[in-house]
Write a protein that binds this ligand. Structure first.
Ligand code: ADP
Ligand code: MG
Length: 255
């Protein structure tokens, strides 16, 4: 199948008064439609920079980002970050409809979609509450629904669970993984949690320390009694994959 996204020889450096920081060096990879790709790498290696370039928020210094789209069929990119960025003075309902409201695309169809997503993911009865009345995990789910209401063709997730405590994080990452799978949406997840990457992704890219290059590309094939992210953690292949990733990343810290 054609890739939905192709990153070709991406290089990027930050420039400021102290000089140049080279963040990305010759990054090339493709993502297929419907694929769930995780990207892991040492802290500060350039992961968020890469995602910002894919989102079009930063221009690469050289190389190009190719999206498989045309004039009639543009790919909308959804972006979800560590903080939920819900607006405290708006209800959950008003928060999840923020995107259509800002882009002047609010319609009965969008409202019906928001309602369906809130119902499907157990937040409908909280729709009139303010974000502060919800738990961290619920807020992060509301933030995902807000992103999904825009019907993105490509979803970018930059460590979306890292502000949550461990228990919540396990539950919410499993929920969100299931939601993304069920929707068939193409997703790129950045995480420093190797177990999370293995349990959610079809494939894992490992980056080197800064300036990031691609160190490895590891397909994830798990033998599963049921296809859920929590069950994935008990798959027989899980431990070997974890050890492999752990070694790849720790080599970067020591080398
Ligand atoms: P990661 O997400 O992998 O932790 P980032 O992509 O955020 O890493 O950052 C990569 C490197 O670029 C880091 O060393 C960081 O300090 C540096 N960096 C990030 N943003 C800027 C900036 N605006 N100006 C200068 N350096 C930056
Ligand atoms: Mg980052």
């Amino acid at each position: 199948m054609d890739p939905i996204l192709e990153c070709k020889n991406i290089c990027f450096s930050y420039h400021n008064l102290k000089g140049e920081t080279k963040a990305l060096n010759n990054i090339s990879f493709q993502v297929k439609k419907g694929e769930f790709l995780a990207i892991v790498g040492p802290s500060g290696c350039g992961k968020s920079t890469l995602l910002s370039i894919i989102a079009g928020l930063l221009e690469p210094e050289s190389g190009e980002i190719l999206l498989n789209e045309n004039e009639q069929n543009k790919i909308r990119i959804g972006y979800m970050l560590q903080q939920d960025h819900l607006l405290e003075w708006r209800t959950i309902w008003k928060n999840v409809l923020l995107g259509p409201e800002i882009s002047k695309s609010l319609s009965p169809q969008k409202e019906a979609l928001a309602q369906k997503l809130l119902k499907d993911y157990g937040l409908y009865k909280f729709k009139d509450k303010k974000p502060g009345e919800l738990s961290g995990g619920m807020k992060q789910r509301a933030a995902l629904i807000r992103t999904m209401v825009m019907e993105p063709g490509l979803l970018l997730l930059d460590e979306p669970f890292s502000a949550l405590d461990y228990q919540t994080r396990l539950m919410v990452s499993a929920d969100i993984g299931t939601i993304i799978r069920a929707s068939g949406i193409t997703a790129i997840l950045i995480t420093h949690d190797l177990s999370e990457a293995i349990s959610l992704a079809d494939r894992i890219l490992v980056l080197t320390k800064r300036p990031a290059t691609i160190k490895n590309n590891i397909p994830v094939h798990l033998t599963l009694p049921e296809d859920t992210p929590l069950a994935a953690r008990n798959a027989p292949e899980f431990q070997d994959l974890f050890s492999l990733l752990w070694k790849e990343i720790s080599d970067e810290y020591s080398g």
